[in-house]
Design a protein around this ligand. Structure first.
Ligand SMILES: C[S@@+](CC[C@H](N)C(=O)[O-])C[C@H]1O[C@@H](n2cnc3c(N)ncnc32)[C@H](O)[C@@H]1O
Ligand SMILES: [Zn+2]
Length: 269
């Protein structure tokens, strides 16, 4: 995939330990194999994005295979839509879904995440892909250089996504549905408040081809109960009382409920 400098937008050439643009802006390739393309100007905090603890919990949970139906749905949809690479995963986390998707398509993969810990973890395991610490708000990727773009439980920035996609490219988005993880919520909250959620957003510059619901049940035990919590926004909202109730839950059966939205870029934006 053709990378561009996050500071000036010129083409980046990748050398031994760094990437350099025509204007001599230089970016380090970390020892762990990821490229840091997040300048301080594009950071809104010292260590933006998921923490190491969240990344490791997500890896342990996903490696448990509980969410494999989501991978299956992504691969099936991408094949039905005749998706082609290169694949760019925005907000890739530790890389579980997009490495499997890109492998199934035989396409090259670039994953970007604003969290250094996430791309460090991805690079340590999945050596064949390219991992970038960068923000989805300013993708360090040339116009029209992506065949398949994914955003899985992550941010969607339609204007930027439209810019990097080829005109006949594809955007796959996975969002949690309203009834996602009601089992976990009913343990940690005294009462469940209904919060309306737009799981099929209208995106400027894109037309929705179809929406596929993904619903399945799974059972977690022991540490995987805590790992599941760490993957959700509830980890930031949970009260002491809720945390105590969850700690006393050795086994949890729950239902994952997500929506896979398939978008095509339109000519107008
Ligand atoms: C809920 S996690 C999902 C990770 C991965 N897609 C998965 O499903 O396993 C959201 C991810 O988005 C990242 N993130 C948040 N804001 C971002 C931004 N502006 N640009 C890129 N990544 C971002 C976080 O660091 C985190 O890894
Ligand atoms: Zn530059």
């Amino acid at each position: 995939m053709e990378l561009i400098c996050p500071l000036c937008g010129c083409a980046l050439s990748i050398g031994e330990g760094s990437a350099v643009c025509e204007k001599r802006h230089s970016f380090d390739i970390a020892r762990q194999g990821y490229l840091n393309l997040l300048p301080v100007q594009q950071k809104h905090s010292l260590n933006p994005g998921d923490t190491r603890q969240q990344v490791l919990a997500r890896r342990e949970f996903l490696e448990g295979g509980f969410y494999s139906p989501i991978v299956d749905a992504l691969i099936a949809a991408a094949k039905e839509e005749r998706a082609f690479g290169p694949v760019l995963d925005a907000g890739c986390g530790e890389g579980y879904y997009s490495t499997r998707l890109a492998n199934a398509l035989g396409a090259p993969l670039t994953g970007i995440d604003i969290s250094k810990e996430a791309v460090r973890c991805a690079a340590a395991k999945y050596k064949q892909a390219q991992w970038l610490c960068a923000t989805a708000a300013h993708l360090p990727v040339a116009d029209g250089s992506v065949g398949l773009l994914t955003s899985l439980f992550a941010v969607t920035l339609p204007e930027e996504f439209h810019r990097v996609l080829v005109p006949n490219g594809l955007f796959l988005q996975v969002l949690a549905a309203e009834d996602h993880l009601l089992g976990l919520k009913s343990v940690i909250y005294p009462e469940l408040k209904h919060k309306a959620k737009d799981s099929v957003p209208q995106l400027p510059g894109f037309s929705l081809t179809r929406s596929i619901p993904i619903r399945f049940s799974f059972t977690v035990e022991g540490q995987q109960v805590q790992n599941l919590l760490s993957m959700t926004p509830h980890a930031h909202r949970i009260t002491k009382e809720g945390a105590r109730r969850l700690a006393e839950t050795p086994v949890l059966t729950d239902t994952a409920s997500c929506i896979l939205n398939i978008y095509r870029p339109t000519v107008e934006i």
